[in-house]
Each structure stands twice: as structure tokens, then as C-alpha cells.
Design a protein around this ligand. Sequence first.
Ligand SMILES: NC(=O)c1ccc[n+]([C@@H]2O[C@H](COP(=O)([O-])OP(=O)(O)OC[C@H]3O[C@@H](n4cnc5c(N)ncnc54)[C@H](OP(=O)(O)O)[C@@H]3O)[C@@H](O)[C@H]2O)c1
Length: 244
Amino acid sequence: MKLKNKIAIVTGGTLGIGEAIAREFAREGAQLIILGRNTDRGTSVCKDISSEFGVKTEFYQIDLNDSSAIKKTMDDIIKKYSNIDILVNNAGIATQGTVESLDEEQWDAIFRVNVKAPYLICKYIVPVMRNNGSGSIINIGSSAGLVGAWGLHAYSATKGAIIQLTKSMAAQYAKENIRVNALCPGATATPLLDNIDQEFIKMIPMQRMANPIEIAKGAVFLASGDSSFMTGANLVIDGGFTAI
Ligand SMILES: NC(=O)c1ccc[n+]([C@@H]2O[C@H](COP(=O)([O-])OP(=O)(O)OC[C@H]3O[C@@H](n4cnc5c(N)ncnc54)[C@H](OP(=O)(O)O)[C@@H]3O)[C@@H](O)[C@H]2O)c1
């Protein structure tokens, strides 16, 4: 098992890509701390994962729009867990709109969840990793952070921002054995893309969306010793979308 006895935080682990990452981490022996808003979904995902893989899981209900809730939750987690080996900043929202159609509150809201929350969580978790002498942070970007995205102006700006934050943090903390990488999925079959335009799928060289497990396998690689010399990188899993 690649992550035996490791402790991992996965934000947005209640659904979609985050849930798949939590499951694949558990399959590899990791203990899970899952964050999300929906308590019913969070507790049921934790229960399922524990019974399927025999690992400890805990759900923390949190709205990542709320900076003081992030501080309180991180304080609670740090008090309870002496070590955090892996942090996956996965939770994200995608608001449709252009610079003309988005209003300021929509713009601020997407930056709060997709960029400010990962920044704050890192602020509290990096010192824990430093004290423990190692850590792996995975920021979930997107192909929309690498190339432009029609009608998703704020979303693609947040994903570009998280990819750049990843690189700066990676350089900063490499000497302390804290690796920071981005994982950039392309279109993936989750509730986020329930209303995807079928024309968009024709633009993907592999002509299909990813299964969330195909993204989660990349997260296992980045979290584990298999990627021990990798930091500041983007692992792109997009069916060839950004290759052309
Ligand atoms: N699906 C794709 O095609 C795709 C492609 C590229 C990148 N991504 C990225 O991959 C990540 C996961 O996407 P997904 O498709 O799995 O999305 P999803 O199915 O909509 O799930 C989003 C997750 O984030 C959590 N979340 C959202 N807002 C939150 C908030 N304010 N506070 C706390 N938790 C919140 C949700 O949990 P609750 O509902 O319980 O709060 C849920 O667990 C995102 O960063 C997304 O941008 C997705």
C-alpha cells in the first residue's frame, strides 16, 4: 500500500473528484479527514470508506467561504491529529460567465472558494508539515487554468492562480521536504459538469470525459513516494484536451 498510515485532508471529499480521491487514498491505506458542506453526504461517504477499506475517516462540516470557520476547523484538526501528511485542496465551484456578465459578488465568491480557501488552509497546515519534516500538498487546478475557457472567465482565472500559487509554494518549501504539485483534470464526469455541452466533448481528443477515478489515480501518485522528486509540477489528466 502506497499511503499506509498516512493522514490526508481532502477538501470537497463528499462528491465527485474529491470523493474518488478519498476512496483511492483509503484503498492505499490512508486515514481520511474529509471536508465539505453537506453533512449527510460527508458522514455517509466516511462510513462507506471506513467499512470498505478499514481505515479511519472523519468528516468536518465547513463552508469554505468562511475564513473564520476555516481557522477554527484547522485548529480543531491540528489539535486532534499530530501530523498531516497529505493535503488535497480539491473543493471548487465553477460559475458560468464572462467579465461582462459576472457580477462582482460572483467573481469574489469563486475566488473565495477556489483560491482564498486553499491559501488559508495551506497557511495553517504548512507549519504542521514543517514540524513533522515532510508533506505533500496537491492543488486541484484544471485544464481551464492552462488554456482559456469560453464563458468561464472567473473560473479559469482562479485555476490559473492556483497553478501559480503551487509553483511559488513548491520552490519555497522544497528544502523542508514539503512537495506542492497541481493536478489539472480535464472534463470529468461529476455533478459539476451535469450540464456539459456535448459539442465540448467532441473537442477532447479522447472523445469522452474522464471517470473521477482516472483523476484520483493521479492524486495517489502525487501524494505517494512514487513522485518523490516531483514538486511545482502540473499533472495534466485531460484526454489530450490541452495537447492541441
Ligand atoms: N469535473 C470537472 O470536469 C473538473 C475539471 C477540471 C477541474 N475540476 C476541479 O476539480 C475539483 C472538484 O470538482 P468536481 O467536479 O468533483 O466538483 P463537484 O462534483 O461539484 O464537487 C465539489 C466538491 O466541493 C465541495 N464544495 C463546493 N463548494 C464548497 C464550499 N463552499 N465549502 C466546502 N466545500 C465545498 C462540495 O461539497 P459540498 O457540496 O458537501 O459542500 C463537493 O464535495 C474542483 O476544484 C474543480 O474545479 C473539475
